[in-house]
Each structure stands twice: as structure tokens, then as C-alpha cells.
Design a protein around this ligand. Structure first.
Ligand SMILES: [Zn+2]
Length: 134
């Protein structure tokens, strides 16, 4: 078996172990759009450390994760809720919110307004700049 695949599986296993803590933190709601009562998956917010940890993952619903996987499919109406999520107590959710807003702000004035009103710690700003949505 290829070594890459093995490393990948090992990592997936470690990630899945975070599921319980994530459910507790998210209270079974999508940590981006706050939808509840749907299946949630573990999403790593880049750049994630080699060993998965709770600080770098969030719980997301399919509607959010599928749009994040295919930035071309991003529908701006889905992300209005980020005006609240950008103030989340979960830093990884804040980081991803700002990246999505930055992406949307290229065409959406409201996204730019949220970005201008958001206050973020310096550490988060550094993390945000390490990657983009598209
Ligand atoms: Zn969601």
C-alpha cells in the first residue's frame, strides 16, 4: 500500500476521534450556518497541523461543506448568516467565515460591510491569511 494512503487513513482516524468533542462544542449544529437536525461532518480549516486537533476543525453541514469543496458553486444567499458566525466563540469558525466573506466581498457589498465591522485578534488574522477559499 502506498505510504501516502496509509498516512491519509491514519489522519482520518485521528480526525474521527475528535467527533465526540466536536459534537459537544457545536451542540450538533453546523458551526458555520447554525443549521441543526442535519448530518454534520468534520472540516479542517487550513492550514491545519500535521496532527489533527480540535482547534483546527469545525462541524459543518453538507450544504456548507459542498460549497467549500467547490468554490464555484458558492451561493452568496447561503452565507448571510456569517454576519453572526464571524463573532463565533470558535476561532476556526471565525477564520473560515472571514475567508468566505473575503471571497464573497469580490462581488457582494454586504460581505464587505461585515468584514469592515468584524474585530479579529492578531493571531487569527495571521491564520486567515495562510489560505483562501478559491
Ligand atoms: Zn452549514
Amino acid at each position: 500500500m502506498a505510504k501516502g494512503l496509509e498516512t491519509h487513513r491514519e489522519r482520518q482516524k485521528k480526525l474521527s476521534l475528535l467527533g465526540k468533542d466536536l459534537t459537544r462544542r457545536s451542540r450538533a449544529k453546523c458551526e458555520l450556518c447554525t443549521t441543526s437536525g442535519v448530518a454534520l461532518s468534520i472540516y479542517e480549516v487550513p492550514v491545519a497541523p500535521k496532527d489533527p486537533d480540535l482547534a483546527h476543525v469545525i462541524h459543518v453541514c453538507d450544504a456548507c461543506s459542498s460549497q467549500l469543496d467547490k468554490p464555484k458553486s458558492i451561493q452568496s444567499s447561503h452565507w448571510r448568516v456569517l454576519s453572526e458566525t464571524v463573532w463565533s466563540e470558535v476561532p476556526a469558525a471565525q477564520v473560515l467565515s472571514v475567508r468566505i466573506l473575503k471571497h464573497l466581498a469580490k462581488t457582494e457589498g454586504w460581505a464587505q460591510e461585515i468584514l469592515e465591522s468584524a474585530y479579529l485578534d492578531e493571531d487569527l488574522t495571521t491564520w486567515i491569511e495562510e489560505a483562501t477559499i478559491a
